[in-house]
Design a binder for this molecule. Structure first.
Ligand SMILES: Cc1cc2nc3c(=O)[nH]c(=O)nc-3n(C[C@H](O)[C@H](O)[C@H](O)COP(=O)(O)OP(=O)(O)OC[C@H]3O[C@@H](n4cnc5c(N)ncnc54)[C@H](O)[C@@H]3O)c2cc1C
Length: 360
């Protein structure tokens, strides 16, 4: 039987991960992106890739929480499956998150704790632990003596998004993806991916262009870009075992450790579709949050400052919808890595079911 041919517009986290799942299921996949595969200015390459269903519940809802919980089960399996292809391993840790605040900002931490306990389903409340200064020092020795206590959210994790995106690229190449790199898609239509110079016929068409889908998003004006900025540094003077969130009355920032003594510090969140370089103000906020966590970060080397747009919908939830014969996956907002496995799985199953229904 002829393999089902699926065309995907957008090779970010959503499109690239979907391409991989469909290739594994035996489909033929054509993937289109206006940027080269290693371009750094997308949300997927800019993200800190913290996998924080609990901490994010303070700013999200039960739908995102459930998708995050489901994805936390899938991530280790998917990372192991990706490694079977023989590519480079992907850094993934699941050692919880710490949440701390400096003494003048204790009210922010207390509010965060109450909000979390209020929104968390009863069955999950045991995953939140209040630590005194000694327990905090035991969990994260680098922070000993620096904070009076904090919160420990167990089972949360993080991964290296650049490694995930690079490993996926290698694997989908190996599985025979038709990758149209540097090719902008003008429109996605039923059974057709339309580029400026050529139009490509496919059996099923998927739009995964993030904010790039704005003109074609099925519900008017409800897709927006939310600007986020991060700072990446290298620092040999501090070792963190897990991501640390720093509560502050004006902004909540985090520091996520990465391989090779690197740290990602993020993220600003601005209701703006400005794609320009990181501002001085954001650089100062991110840098001073990092320095206030531990003075040894003063000697950190700045490797990169990046900004990108998170694709978000009015309800800030991820969405998989079909309209006029085109499938859309979008609205991953600040929870793309947190929710991707569950959301991509849902779409992959729906695409494969559509075909088996049509065949019967
Ligand atoms: C600063 C920051 C920090 C973040 N931190 C986290 C975090 O800690 N945890 C978490 O879970 N999530 C985080 N996120 C969110 C996460 O990165 C996004 O939700 C996710 O990457 C969105 O993936 P996407 O594939 O939908 O979109 P994108 O990454 O935007 O990918 C869309 C792709 O479509 C392509 N494209 C666009 N227009 C066209 C066109 N016309 N033709 C062809 N191709 C096109 C683009 O080149 C791009 O490759 C963060 C995001 C940012 C910006």
């Amino acid at each position: 039987m002829k393999a089902l041919h699926i065309g995907i517009a957008g090779a970010g986290l959503a499109g690239r991960t979907l391409a991989w799942r469909l290739l594994r299921a035996g489909c033929r996949v054509s993937l289109f992106d206006s940027r080269p595969r290693a371009a750094l200015d997308t949300a997927s390459m800019t993200a800190a890739a913290m996998l924080s269903p609990l901490a994010e519940l303070a700013v999200s809802d039960e739908v995102v929480f459930a998708l995050g919980q489901r994805s936390m089960q899938l991530w280790p399996r998917w990372i192991a499956e990706l490694a079977e292809g023989g590519g480079d391993p992907v850094y993934f840790r699941q050692q919880g998150t710490l949440v701390v605040a400096h003494s003048p900002d204790q009210a922010s931490l207390e509010h965060f704790t109450r909000l979390l306990r209020h929104k968390l389903p009863e069955a999950c409340r045991a995953q939140v632990h209040t630590l005194d200064a000694a327990a905090l020092a035991q969990q994260e020795p680098a922070l000993a003596g620096r904070f009076g206590g904090g919160l420990f959210l167990d089972s949360e994790g993080q991964l290296a998004n650049d490694q995930w995106m690079a490993a996926l690229a290698t694997e989908i190449d190996r599985l025979g993806v038709g990758w149209h790199e540097g090719q902008a898609v003008e429109r996605v239509e039923q059974g057709r991916i339309v580029c400026a110079s050529e139009s490509y016929a496919v059996d099923l068409a998927v739009d995964a262009r993030g904010v790039g889908s704005k003109a074609q998003w099925p519900r008017d004006n409800s897709l927006r870009g939310v600007r986020g900025e991060v700072l990446r540094v290298e620092c040999h003077g501090v070792t963190l075992l897990r991501p640390v969130r720093l509560m502050h009355p004006r902004y909540a920032l985090y520091v996520a450790p990465r391989p090779d003594h690197q740290f990602v510090v993020g993220a600003t969140e601005l209701e703006s579709e400005d794609t320009g370089p990181v501002t001085l103000r954001s650089t100062l906020e991110l840098g001073s949050a990092l320095h206030s966590l531990h003075p040894a970060f003063g000697e950190a080397r700045v490797l990169r400052l990046s900004a990108a747009l998170r694709p978000a919908l009015d309800d800030n939830r991820p969405a998989v919808v079909q309209r006029d014969g085109v499938w859309h996956i979008n609205g991953l907002y600040r929870h793309g890595y947190l929710c991707a496995p569950a959301v991509v799985n849902k779409l992959a199953h729906q695409l494969l079911e559509t075909v088996s229904e049509e065949a019967t």
